[in-house]
Design a protein around this ligand. Structure first.
Ligand SMILES: C[S@@+](CC[C@H](N)C(=O)[O-])C[C@H]1O[C@@H](n2cnc3c(N)ncnc32)[C@H](O)[C@@H]1O
Length: 270
């Protein structure tokens, strides 16, 4: 399968390593979300844009041996690593399929359809939600977590950080997608005719540790997209990445992830 030309961040092995860090930073709030929605043992779950499978692994443990998880992604390398890791972790209730979720057709109905940081990369998230709703059993739940780059912050102010936010937002816009989709999530779920739509806002931010690495790493990994659109020259990108790492490693600064919206809603029973 052709890699998604709309996906603006580097994929493959380096992309997978970035997702591993992201997953460690997000794990507490994602687990809290599963607790809050009351995800039950034995549930069947679809993980859209599962990447290296970090959330799929957590879900597989959560639903136990009577449940099942199917992870979909269009990056073959990440899926190959996800399969190896699932085996190493003795998770036999999980499978991964190479698919473009914008055209994928379900053969079964799921109790939960989940996606983290995937809708922000799609050109027409509403139509993906509409066709995914058909793969949800009546009473089933759809759950998404996604970003709002307008809420990304640092302290003290940093010109490199501001330029990074500008460049990231622009490459996602150029790909026809939305770097600020988080705030639209509840409305998108309601327009998909889901009921009882609810939301949380969560936002990792830190003075030390891996949360601070995400901004420099992401800037580094969007470099190809920035260059393709001629938004900045190689030298400027190097300078921003380097300034962001210096900022991140300074224990007296604060760096956040983008604001993250968690939203969920239920397919009507009848
Ligand atoms: C930011 S990553 C998030 C991965 C994972 N959900 C997580 O939170 O760790 C987005 C993933 O979506 C995948 N992706 C982007 N567009 C896709 C599409 N149309 N169909 C399937 N996967 C897609 C990318 O390959 C990437 O692995």
């Amino acid at each position: 399968m052709k890699m998604n030309e709309h996906y603006v961040i580097r994929g493959g092995v380096p992309g997978r390593e970035r997702l591993r860090i992201l997953a460690r930073v997000m794990q507490p709030t994602t687990r809290h979300l599963f607790e809050q929605i009351g995800l039950e043992k034995g549930s069947s779950c679809l993980d859209l844009g599962c990447g290296g499978g970090d959330v799929s692994f957590d879900l597989a443990r959560w639903v136990g041996s009577t449940g099942m998880i199917l992870g979909l992604d269009m990056d073959e390398e990440k899926l190959a690593m996800a399969r190896c890791e699932a085996e190493a972790q003795n998770l036999d209730n999980i499978s991964f399929a190479l698919s473009d979720i914008t055209t994928w057709q379900a053969e079964t109905k799921f109790d939960m359809i989940y996606g983290r940081f995937i809708l922000t990369h799609l050109q027409d998230p509403a139509s993906v939600l509409a066709h995914m709703a058909q793969a949800l059993r009546p009473g089933g739940i759809m759950v998404f977590e996604d970003i709002d780059f307008t809420g990304h912050f640092c302290y003290p102010a940093s010109a490199a950080f501001n330029r990074y936010v500008e460049l990231y937002s622009e490459v996602v816009h150029r790909a026809g997608a939305d770097p600020n989709i988080g705030l639209r999530l509840p409305g998108l779920l309601a327009e998909t005719h889901l009921e009882n739509v609810q939301m949380n806002v969560v936002q990792p931010a830190a003075r030390q540790g891996e949360a601070k690495i995400m901004a420099p790493l992401t800037m580094d990994y969007i470099r190809n997209s920035v260059l393709i659109h001629e938004l900045a020259a190689e030298q400027e990108i190097e300078e921003i990445v380097s300034a962001l790492y210096t900022f991140a490693y300074n224990p007296n600064t604060v760096l956040s992830l983008p604001r993250v919206v968690q939203a969920w809603g239920y397919r009507p029973q009848g």
